[in-house]
Design a protein around this ligand. Structure first.
Ligand code: OAD
Length: 300
């Protein structure tokens, strides 16, 4: 049995580990002004007007979205990435990557700021998707996320620009799910008809009731589980499965570190650093003599 309990132990683990899994949540973006979900006074769920829902989480329920997309659109502006800036904690994960120590960053965040921080695609699993793209729930037509940002900001339900064109050649519906319009021109039957209503656009974020991206399971089970030598969990309450189950799924001899403001009771970590994650990672790097470059870290 090994017992870890000091900053020295954490530094030692960081020095010697070369295949680190970093699991992140909303807490790594709060210093940028993006609210988390469950913090008592500042979290999104404490602020959401219930709109008749019994639980604020239902805003992200796929069944509720299908019935009444307007509820999601009303609150989405509060979680829409409003910045391209990334936090010192994002910079820390990037630093692990640059030092060839990052195996994978599993993020639950949908702000896409890991990409802005330079985390490579092959090192990043966006477990709950992101606002980077949006798709039509009816025909699957996919657009870059920015295309619906104006609607999101205005709290207006975005409609599909593809199945939304109101006059279409018969046969166009056969293109269902394709990212292309029908050329239609050489169709035998060129009778036109009205499409009743264009589909609603949904950001490609994983709602409750939807599957996580396949890459999440594949990478975890077929690749990372055998390689991982350290787990660092940062800024998440670990309340949402299956991400919360990753820690228990990894071999028990792999050391696990938790960095967050609020302790968790349902999982025992080998090392807990309770506090502001930007401060904790900056201090670890300072002591390790690793140059964590970020404008929000005061120079002394
Ligand atoms: P939570 O809001 O549940 O947890 C964020 C955690 O980060 C809390 O424990 C905070 O105390 C902590 N925290 C906040 N700011 C911090 C800071 N600056 N430094 C250190 N810790 C800080 O958010 P998640 O765990 O990410 O799903 O939530 C998981 C999922 O639940 C989300 O991905 C979202 C939500 O429903 C979907 O939207 C599908």
């Amino acid at each position: 049995l090994t017992q870890y309990n000091t900053m020295e132990d954490a530094m030692d683990l960081l020095r010697k580990s070369n295949n680190i899994i970093v699991i992140t949540g909303a807490g790594i973006s709060t210093s940028l002004g993006i609210p988390d979900f469950r913090s008592k006074e500042t979290g999104l769920y404490s602020k959401i007007e219930l709109h008749g829902l019994s639980d604020p989480q239902e805003v992200f329920d796929i069944g509720v979205f299908r019935e009444e997309p307007g509820i999601f659109y009303e609150i989405a502006k509060d979680i829409l990435p409003s910045t391209d800036k990334f936090s010192p904690t994002h910079a820390f994960i990037h630093l692990l990557q640059e030092r060839n120590k990052l195996l994978t960053n599993y993020t639950q965040n949908i702000d896409n700021l890991e990409v802005k921080a330079g985390i490579r695609e092959d090192k990043l699993i966006q477990c709950h998707g992101s606002f980077a793209f949006a798709s039509c729930v009816k025909c699957g037509y996919r657009v870059p996320g920015e295309a619906i940002f104006e609607d999101l900001k205005a709290g207006r339900v975005a409609r599909c620009p593809d199945c939304g064109s109101n006059k279409r050649k018969r046969g166009a519906s056969q293109n269902k799910g394709k990212n292309k319009r029908s050329s239609g021109g050489d169709s035998d039957d060129d009778e036109e008809y009205d499409i009743p209503e264009p589909g609603v656009m949904k950001p490609d974020i994983t709602f409750f009731g939807e599957e996580l991206p396949h890459l999440f399971h594949d990478r975890l089970t077929k690749h990372d589980r055998d390689l991982v030598d350290l787990v660092i969990v940062i800024g998440t309450s670990l309340k949402v499965a299956p991400v919360s189950e990753v820690i228990g799924y990894l071999p028990s001899n792999v050391p696990q570190m938790y960095i967050s403001r609020t302790p968790v009771n349902h999982i025992n970590f080998d090392l807990d650093f309770l506090g502001d994650c930007d401060v904790v990672v900056a201090e670890l790097c300072r002591r390790l003599n690793w140059d964590l470059e970020h404008e929000m870290i005061p120079k002394d």
